[in-house]
Design a binder for this molecule. Structure first.
Ligand SMILES: [Zn+2]
Length: 307
């Protein structure tokens, strides 16, 4: 299970600026963003590696070190090494080439390509991004630059501040996530991810197995637990398992919309808040969007008297 890592605002802003400049140089294109155009502008080429052909990989990362360890003891295992490190791809910055894993399904390639483009775009990734020779990365540093590249990928694929404005100016429900997924041409998972992260109030996203097929191990059932900054701050004590448990108790359907409803979560100060959730099963994953119900000035009728 993976929980989203939120960047500090200064770093996020520095990445935003670079993405905005790139989009401006592209003539502020409408969605969906064509990554071919982005690569043409940056003069980046694309290549693929697979279990059958890892020649590109061999050429580049034979000296690469991650976490202070020579990663390549046996040349035959290079592809496995890249997979074990969870790399999205490899950026050969000076050769102006991005390498992607051919065996990853098409919709995910788009994300990985944007991730590698961000490594190229962010100047402080120069020389530390994976794929550079003789690089030593501590696991924490590796995780951080990966989070930064994922953040940049999200900003790029959802056209900078455009999605953020949409999320903040309307009440996004799951149907809206589906239309944004079509509009921007990105996967439902990445759309859900960005919608939750852009939210100003407490919201969460879950990407999991179908709640009815859940095992006794939440670690295996839940792929991602995505928290908005507000949720991460105010509900730090709320675990993915607890949220999944609440969803599980209320899910009924098999495919498409599989459940919705309300449950309450307790914030770190001990106060209960009501959340609305909606779950959807797309054939592979169950996606859940949860949002805190905004407290409104509700007048309560008691014994015929409006208070
Ligand atoms: Zn990366």
């Amino acid at each position: 299970m993976q929980t989203n890592k939120l960047l500090n605002p200064t770093t996020a802003q520095a990445i935003d600026q670079r993405v905005e400049k790139l989009l401006k140089d592209l003539g502020s294109p409408p969605p969906p963003l064509r990554l071919d155009d982005v690569r043409a502008l940056l003069k980046l080429d694309i290549g693929y590696y697979s279990s059958d052909d890892d020649s590109w990989l061999r050429e580049k990362i034979h000296q690469m070190r991650v976490a202070g360890k020579q990663i390549l003891d046996r040349p035959s295992s290079i592809l496995q090494v890249v997979k074990n490190l969870g790399l999205k791809g490899v950026l050969l910055a000076e050769k102006r080439r991005i390498l992607l894993d051919r065996e990853i399904p098409e919709p995910k390639q788009r994300w990985n390509e944007a991730h590698e483009i961000t490594h190229d775009l962010v100047p402080w990734h120069d020389g530390i991004a994976h794929g550079d020779p003789e690089t030593t990365l501590s696991p924490g540093c590796h995780e951080l630059i990966e989070a930064e590249a994922n953040y940049g990928a999200g900003r790029l694929l959802f056209l900078g501040g455009t999605l953020v404005e949409t999320v903040r100016s309307s009440d996004i429900d799951f149907a809206a996530v589906q239309s944004l997924h079509k509009l921007y041409g990105n996967t439902m998972t990445t759309t859900l991810w960005r919608v939750v992260e852009a939210s100003l109030d407490a919201s969460f996203g879950l990407v999991s197995t179908h709640p009815r097929e859940a095992t006794s191990s939440p670690e295996e059932d839940i792929r991602y637990f995505i928290r908005s900054p507000k949720f991460a701050t105010d509900f730090a004590g709320v675990t993915a398992d607890a949220v999944f448990g609440e969803v599980q108790r209320r899910c009924r359907g098999r495919r498409g919309p599989i459940g919705d409803g309300l449950f309450s979560l307790t914030d770190d100060r001990g106060q209960a808040h009501e959340f609305r959730f909606q779950s959807f099963f797309n054939g592979h994953d169950a996606l859940t969007l949860g949002k805190r119900l905004v407290a409104r000035n509700v007048s309560v009728m008691v014994s015929g008297v409006s208070r």
